[in-house]
Ligand binder design. Structure first.
Ligand code: FUB
Length: 339
C-alpha cells in the first residue's frame, strides 16, 4: 500500500482483521528468510530502526545497522530474539544499510549472506560465518567478488549445489547494471521493453564466492515472452526467493511499487520461469518481502507488514501464515487482512 494512503487506515480495525500477528514486538523486523536447521526454525530478518532519514525512492530511510536472528522451537511457539548476530561496524567493506539477508548451512557451519552499501554508496553482497545458527557471524573481509545489488536468497538444491538469487531495482540499483557491469547512465528499461530480471549464480563449495558468471533470469508470460518492464503488477522488482515443490522450481519475488508477492515456475534453478500468479496481496507499508519454508510437512509464508508501527514504511514486523497448494501445484493467494 503506498505511503500516502496510510492516513485513511484505521489501525485498530486493520490489526483485528490481520490474519497473523507480529512474531516479535520489542523490535522491528522485516524481510524474513526462514529455514529449518536441526529441527528448529530460524528466521533471518532485517532489523528495522528509525534512522531519521526522510522517505525517498532510493530507500535511504532503511538505515539498518545490524542483524538479529529469531528462533522458534515449533511454528506455534514463542519467537526468541537471539541478540546481535552481526553489526555493520564489524564488516570492513560495508558502511551502511544492512538490508534483507539470508542464511545457509553446510558442513557444520552457518553462513549469513547480506547486502550493504560500500563507502562509495554502491550495494554489494557479503558473507559472514558462524558455528551457530544464531551467530555471532564473522564477516569475510571483502564482499563476494562480482556481487552487486541487494536481497540475496540462497537455495540448496537436492544435488548439493547452492545458488544465490539476488537483485532489486530502484534503491536496489539493479537498473544501473547490464551483463553484470555497472554504468551510471543505465536506467530502468522503457515500459514496452523486457523487464530487468533477477540474477542467479551458483556458489563455490565453501559458499564464499560465485562459482560462475552471474546470469539474468527470464520470467515469461503465458505466451512465452519475457515480462515487460511496464507490467508493474507482475514484473520483478526485488525480494527473490526459491523453493522446490513436487520437483518444480518456484521462484517468488516482490513487484515493489504494486506491492504483490508473485511466483513463477520452472524446471531448473536457472529458469526460465513462467509467471503463475500472486501469493500475497498488498500489506500495510510500502515494501513486501517474504520467504517460503516447509516445517514438519506444512508450508509457510514468512512475510512482513507495517501494522505494528501504524504504517511507517521502514518499521516493519515479521509474521507467518500457512500456504495452501492446489492439486495442480498452484498456490492459493493470501489476503493479509480478512475482508
Ligand atoms: O529492507 C530493505 C529493503 O526493503 C529490502 O532489501 C527490500 O526487499 C525491501 O523489503
Amino acid at each position: 500500500m503506498p505511503e500516502d494512503s496510510i492516513e485513511h487506515i484505521d489501525f485498530v480495525e486493520i490489526n483485528k482483521k490481520a490474519i497473523s500477528k507480529p512474531l516479535v514486538s520489542h523490535l522491528y523486523t522485516a524481510d524474513p528468510s526462514a529455514h529449518v536447521f536441526n529441527g528448529k526454525i530460524y528466521i533471518y530478518p532485517s532489523h528495522d530502526i528509525e534512522a531519521g532519514i526522510p522517505f525517498n525512492d532510493n530507500g535511504d530511510h532503511f538505515g539498518m545497522e545490524d542483524y538479529h536472528v529469531i528462533s522458534m522451537d515449533t511454528i506455534d511457539s514463542k519467537a526468541i530474539d537471539n541478540g546481535v548476530a552481526l553489526h555493520v561496524k564489524d564488516v570492513p567493506w560495508a558502511e551502511r544499510q544492512m538490508w534483507a539477508p539470508d542464511a545457509a548451512y553446510k558442513n557444520g557451519k552457518y553462513y549469513l549472506f547480506f547486502p550493504a552499501k560500500r563507502h562509495d554508496g554502491i550495494f554489494q553482497i557479503g558473507v559472514a560465518i558462524s558455528d551457530s545458527p544464531v551467530g555471532p557471524f564473522i564477516p569475510e573481509p571483502e564482499a563476494i567478488k562480482g556481487s552487486y545489488t541487494i536481497d540475496p536468497a540462497v537455495f540448496e538444491d537436492e544435488d548439493g549445489n547452492y545458488y544465490m538469487y539476488f537483485g532489486g531495482i530502484w534503491g536496489g540499483q539493479l537498473q544501473k547494471y547490464r551483463n553484470n557491469k555497472y554504468a551510471d547512465d543505465n536506467q530502468e528499461p522503457l515500459a514496452n521493453e523486457p523487464e530487468l530480471g533477477p540474477i542467479v549464480a551458483r556458489l563455490t563449495d565453501d559458499l564464499k564466492q560465485f562459482d560462475e558468471e552471474p546470469k539474468e533470469i527470464e520470467i515469461l508470460d503465458e505466451n512465452g515472452k519475457v515480462l515487460l518492464a511496464g507490467d508493474n503488477d507482475r514484473r520483478f522488482f526485488e525480494a527473490s526467493w526459491m523453493h522446490k515443490y513436487n520437483g518444480k522450481y518456484y521462484f517468488s519475488y516482490s513487484t515493489g511499487d504494486t506491492h504483490f508477492i508473485c511466483y513463477a515456475k520452472g524446471d531448473n534453478p536457472y529458469g526460465p520461469f513462467t509467471y503463475q500468479g500472486k501469493i500475497l496481496n498488498p500489506v500495510i507499508g510500502w515494501t513486501s518481502h517474504h520467504s517460503i519454508c516447509e516445517v514438519e510437512g506444512k508450508w509457510y509464508l514468512f512475510y512482513h507488514d507495517s501494522s505494528l508501527s501504524k504504517g511507517i514504511t521502514h518499521l516493519r514486523s515479521v509474521k507467518v501464515t500457512e500456504i495452501t497448494y492446489k492439486e495442480d501445484g498452484s498456490i492459493v493467494t493470501i489476503n493479509p487482512y480478512k475482508e
